[in-house]
Design a protein around this ligand. Structure first.
Ligand code: MTE
Ligand code: MO
Length: 429
């Protein structure tokens, strides 16, 4: 059993598969801190987890291969001593994050792990600059700027067999901030996250941040791996038999957001004046979550609708807790919203089901019940239950925003599920 040696997982991670180990970050941890606690950072492994002792790790060799076939080797110790240490705080998001929302929201099955909104996390990464190492290995980055570079791609290979690549432009861009990282949140990388060395490609899909990194190849071609040439691509909603080569590999991520907490408060009277006849009962609601865009594009706004998209308000974006690097937003924005849902908005579930994502429905009921201090019994008091749909969407600094429906962006691989995040919120009226 190649998995017998896998590390122990934190019990709060939500396991999707055990062998290989895939687990998402629980909602609470997605919103509680700006930096996701290391032990709750989501895990996406295609194979087993390599196991190196500390001595083996220090002696671990990274080989860099130039287009002319010449190679240069660096031990982890070399990397740590020869190059200045750099630290970048960056989100990693799997291309499959929210895939289950796409499947349920569109009513069409998708291939792959049925992640909810927790295949994303934020951490600080410590290591050395890939651009520095490539220059030391003898690669002349000016050829990339001149357009005369033979190398067009930087291929990364992991110790198990996983591999993928990024465009050379990103690798040598001084503002690209690509790291060869050996640290995470101030400690050595844990085994699940690539010990002893991984690439970190901020702003790109996490599939390009290759763990247990052992080989870098500069080439005129993309990585030949299936993870570069196949799995992480998108197609149109009508395309199920596809020409893989016709679509580019996912690199920079589109804009994304999710609700990771819903709390219903008390009934209050709102209106022009609480004492006048026009006062209407409404239910206090508190929402929170994250928003993120690829390519270093900052999220500028998170819009919230308490009536499934008819009217909108704005969430408060919480202050960044990591400085932007060279003006690039590599981390997410966390957000919070307080509002009131008018009594009339709550409909019996039959009327409110048109767009519902059923298992989120369950979650929300659980949350609602918890905030009322009730227990799971509340779930069964179906007759009194009334629900409404809340929705959110984010916009980034170039005004890209999220699509309304998953049907419009459905693809059979279930990649890049970025439609408005809708959650059904229920109460006993
Ligand atoms: N690197 C190796 N060597 N093996 C893998 O299976 N999975 C990739 C990427 N790098 C993978 C890998 C994918 S698809 C994702 S989403 C991220 O690692 C997950 O990184 P994490 O487990 O540290 O969250
Ligand atoms: Mo992924």
């Amino acid at each position: 059993d190649p998995f017998a040696d896998d590390p122990i997982r934190h019990p709060d991670l939500i396991t999707r598969t055990l062998k290989p180990r895939n687990a998402e970050t629980p909602e609470q941890a997605l919103s509680a801190q700006f930096i996701t606690p290391t032990e709750l950072f989501y895990v996406r492994n295609h194979m087993w987890v390599p196991n190196l002792t500390q001595d083996e790790a220090e002696a671990h060799i990274l080989t860099v291969e130039l287009p002319d076939g010449t190679t240069k080797e660096y031990t982890l110790r070399d990397l740590k001593t020869k190059f200045p240490e750099r630290k970048v705080t960056a989100v990693l998001q799997c291309s499959g994050n929210r895939r289950s929302h796409m499947s349920k929201g569109s009513g069409r099955a998708t291939n792959g792990l049925q992640w909810e909104a927790g295949a994303i996390s934020n951490a600080s990464w410590e290591g050395v600059s890939l651009a520095d190492v490539l220059a030391d290995a003898g690669f002349d980055a000016s050829a990339v700027r001149d357009g005369t570079s033979e190398a067009q791609h930087v291929q990364f290979s992991g110790m198990e067999a996983y591999g993928s690549s990024i465009p050379i432009k990103k690798a040598v861009d001084p503002q690209g901030d690509v790291l060869l990282a050996y640290g995470m949140n101030g400690k050595p990388l844990p085994r699940d996250h690539g010990y002893p060395l991984r690439s970190i490609v901020p702003g790109h899909v996490a599939a390009r941040s290759v763990k247990w990194l052992r080989h870098i190849t500069l080439s005129d071609e993309e990585s030949p791996s299936q993870w570069q040439r196949k799995d992480y691509k998108c197609f149109g909603p009508n395309q199920t038999k596809v020409d893989w080569e016709a679509a580019p590999a996912i690199q920079e991520l589109p804009v994304q957001s999710a609700i990771t907490g819903v709390k219903l408060g008390d009934w209050t009277l709102s209106g022009q004046s609480a004492s006048s006849n026009s006062a209407r009962p409404s239910k206090e609601v508190t929402l929170n979550g994250y928003a993120y865009s690829g390519g270093g594009r900052a999220v500028i706004r998170v819009d919230v609708s308490l009536d499934d998209g008819k009217t909108w308000s704005q969430a408060n974006l919480l202050p960044d807790q990591a400085p932007k690097v060279d003006g690039k937003a590599w981390s997410w924005k966390q957000w919070k919203f307080n509002g009131d849902i008018p009594l009339e908005a709550f409909k019996s579930p039959q009327d409110a089901t048109s767009n519902q994502e059923s298992d989120e429905d369950k979650n929300t009921i659980r949350r609602g019940a918890a905030t009322r201090g009730a227990n799971e019994n509340a779930v069964t008091t179906k007759n009194n239950k009334k629900c409404t749909m809340v929705a959110i969407k984010a916009t980034d600094e170039v005004y890209n925003t999220q699509p309304e429906s998953h049907a419009a962006t459905w693809n059979f691989r279930g990649n890049l599920a970025t439609a408005w995040h809708r959650v059904q919120v229920c109460t006993d009226c």
